[in-house]
Design a protein around this ligand. Structure first.
Ligand SMILES: NC(=O)c1ccc[n+]([C@@H]2O[C@H](COP(=O)([O-])OP(=O)(O)OC[C@H]3O[C@@H](n4cnc5c(N)ncnc54)[C@H](O)[C@@H]3O)[C@@H](O)[C@H]2O)c1
Length: 308
């Protein structure tokens, strides 16, 4: 199992670290455009191997795609992150060119790969890869919902005063401050709806805190977060690499599901060795349906800025 991670910055390196620590991949190649940067990160991470007990071999390369050849899974984290006060959508001007070029180079050397898109604005970047890479749609996955759901569970546990392992919940829709649809109605504490434990007002606060989860961290850190994004990507990579058939909300190309077509947006999917093995359609109420449609309108507006 060979995994390439493009972009050895905060998210890329964190993702490589989590993949290595979980010890399911034989090789992780980190690639960056900045001379020597990926090599340095890879060497630093390899020096944790004896301490953290993994055998995954991590190598770093500067823009040499020949070293990524034969990758089973490629993760794209290259591009600029947002600064405090910025929206993810504002990154499109720079990141679209980077993502298009990177995905084309990856496919050239690994035509059978599965691509996980992380760079923002992620739903539009995933859409761009669909339109330009020539890969089948089950092999292009945008990571956003797995992270947003982890943040949702964190906020739910906080509100409930419960351990995170007690709560379950999912965020679908666009990966943006306004587009996220945290499914509070379906969130549970050990199968019991969370509304049994907290007021509607508190639950609404959880929803709002979840939606600005990334912006809150960007304000605190001065740049966007990396631990939870890296962990979320590594969970998707592991589900595919180990054929786990796990369900995550991911940004995938919809073809009529949720009343949407020709758009990448967060929906629950089953991930396994073939990438997206199934898109799961859950029954939404009218408010949730309206929110998804609104969210999709926002994603389409950003997609309109893309040039193929
Ligand atoms: N989808 C999500 O849930 C999610 C979460 C967090 C961050 N992000 C996004 O991930 C991206 C990376 O964030 P970060 O914090 O790691 O940024 P970062 O600046 O720390 O790292 C980005 C890296 O990409 C490299 N890079 C730039 N152009 C490249 C190219 N053409 N080829 C190879 N490498 C190139 C840079 O040299 C840099 O090392 C941002 O767009 C950010 O918004 C997405």
């Amino acid at each position: 199992m060979k995994v390439t991670v493009v972009g050895a910055g905060a998210v890329g390196a964190s993702c490589a670290e989590y993949i290595a620590i979980k010890d399911f991949a034989s090789e992780v190649v980190l690639l960056d455009i900045k001379e020597g940067f990926a090599e340095g990160k890879a060497m630093d991470l390899m020096q944790t191997a004896s301490l953290n007990g993994f055998d995954t071999k991590i190598t770093g390369v500067t823009s040499d795609y020949s070293k990524t050849a034969g990758s089973d899974i490629c993760v794209i984290t290259s591009g600029i992150p947002r600064k405090p006060g910025m929206t993810r959508e504002e990154l499109i001007g720079i990141n679209a060119g980077i993502v298009k070029e990177v995905s084309s180079n990856l496919v050239k050397h690994s035509p059978d790969t599965i691509i996980i898109v992380v760079s923002n604005p992620m739903d539009s970047m995933a859409y761009l890869v669909h339109k330009t890479s020539g890969l089948p749609k089950n092999r292009i996955i945008g990571m956003g919902g797995a992270l947003d759901s982890a943040r949702f569970k964190y906020r739910l546990a906080e509100a409930l005063g419960a351990p995170i392992s007690d709560v379950d919940g999912m965020v679908i829709g666009g990966h943006s401050d306004t587009g996220m649809v945290p499914l509070t109605r379906l969130a549970t504490r050990n199968s019991v709806p969370v509304s049994k434990f907290i007021s509607e007002e508190r639950l609404n606060q959880v929803k709002e805190d979840t939606k600005v989860g990334g912006a809150t961290l960007t304000k605190l850190l001065g740049t966007s977060a990396w631990y939870a994004p890296g962990a979320a990507v590594s969970a998707l990579v592991q589900a595919i690499a180990c054929d786990q058939k796990k369900m995550f909300p991911c940004s995938v190309m919809l073809d009529g599901q949720y009343g949407l077509k020709d758009i990448c947006i967060g929906a629950p999917v089953i991930l396994g060795r073939n990438g997206v093995e199934e898109i799961v359609e859950i029954e939404l109420n009218d408010a949730e349906k309206a929110h998804i449609q609104e969210s999709a309108a926002g994603v389409r507006k950003t997609n309109d800025l893309l040039e193929f």
